[in-house]
Design a protein. Structure first.
Length: 283
């Protein structure tokens, strides 16, 4: 399929992108790696009148140690997240999950910022960033603001980004020596989207679980936290994991589609949450 006709502008800087977005209003869309936007344009599910290409803004591609957190430029490709030594050392969950996105071609074009801004509940990185309690830095005509991942994903493909805002940076915490993590992705073929995915970050203190943060992929219209499991595990010990994981589908509303029924997705959420917690506790 061929997309509908559109105009094309190249942004020379973030400020220029903001200016172009302001000029064209809701008719305009940013183009980063194009690996989510172009497929939906080809399917005619999106028909922006103007594409503002930010793909050449090299200064938005970086992974930096920023003291208490790691700062990742929005245009950093999945492959660079996957291979970052800093992320592997300090936030292995994110580097590992990036290695599971699509295939090598997708990982060399797609960007972390595009994945976040697209807000697809079936994408792997948004639920992982939710479990990590990441922050997102966005810039628009009103200046810069920081939005917590918890407040960012609002509905299906809907985020807290205003039409004239550019996501510039993703901030993730360094996972200390007491933190274990896991991402369990259930898909039919290695390069497929997740039927369901579960991210877990578990902090331990004196033999018990001081906190567990669990993100769910493809279990509703947005990436979700498994709050009931998190509450059940606060202050608990490892023997409580299997029972707590039984609540993983509470408060979710998964779709039924060709890949799985809603009932099977709920079953997967429970099984994958148990596996994710067990793996996180074994690290
Ligand atoms: C065959 C295939 C398989 C895939 N498999 C997976 C998978 O297994 N797991 C997975 O998670 N993803 C998968 N993806 C999606 C892939 O990860 C995309 O790269 C990613 O979701 C979007 O990143 P992008 O840079 O390509 O964004 P684009 O497609 O360029 O943009 C996506 C949306 O975000 C907006 N946007 C982009 N950047 C910004 C920004 N900095 N600020 C504000 N808005 C912005 C755009 O306007 C657009 O609305 C797959 C894609 C394909 C084509």
């Amino acid at each position: 399929m061929i997309p509908l006709k559109f105009d094309y502008e190249v942004a020379e800087s973030v400020d220029h992108a903001v200016q172009l977005l302001g000029q064209h209003g809701e008719e305009a869309k940013l183009l980063a790696g194009g690996h989510s936007l172009l497929p939906i344009m080809k399917l005619r599910l999106a028909a922006p009148a103007v594409l503002v290409d930010i793909g050449r803004l090299g200064d938005l591609s970086y992974v930096r140690d920023a003291g208490d957190h790691i700062a990742i430029g929005a245009l950093t490709r999945h492959a660079d997240v996957e291979h970052s030594d800093l992320l592997r050392e300090q936030c292995g969950l994110l580097a590992y999950t990036a290695s599971l996105v699509g295939d090598p071609q997708v990982r060399h074009r797609g960007t972390i910022g595009g994945s976040v801004a697209h807000g697809d509940p079936a994408s792997d990185l948004p639920s992982v960033l939710l479990a990590l309690d990441a922050d997102f830095v966005v810039r628009g005509s009103g200046g810069e603001r920081t939005v917590a991942a918890r407040d960012f994903f609002q509905d299906y493909l809907q985020t807290a980004l205003a039409p004239d805002e550019v996501l510039t940076e993703i901030r993730v915490p360094k996972l200390g020596p007491n933190a274990g993590w896991s991402y369990q992705k259930f898909n039919r073929r290695a390069q497929d989207w997740a039927v369901v995915g579960v991210a877990a970050v578990v902090e331990r203190q004196n033999g018990s679980i001081s906190s567990a943060r669990i993100g769910l992929t493809n279990m509703g219209s947005t990436p979700l936290r498994a709050s009931a499991v998190e509450s059940a595990l606060s202050g608990a010990d490892a023997s409580s994991v299997a029972e707590a994981a039984q609540s993983a589908a509470e408060g979710t509303s998964p779709a039924s589609d060709v890949a799985a029924s809603d009932e099977f997705r709920r079953h997967l959420a429970r099984v994958l949450t148990r596996r994710a917690l067990e793996e996180a506790l074994s690290r």
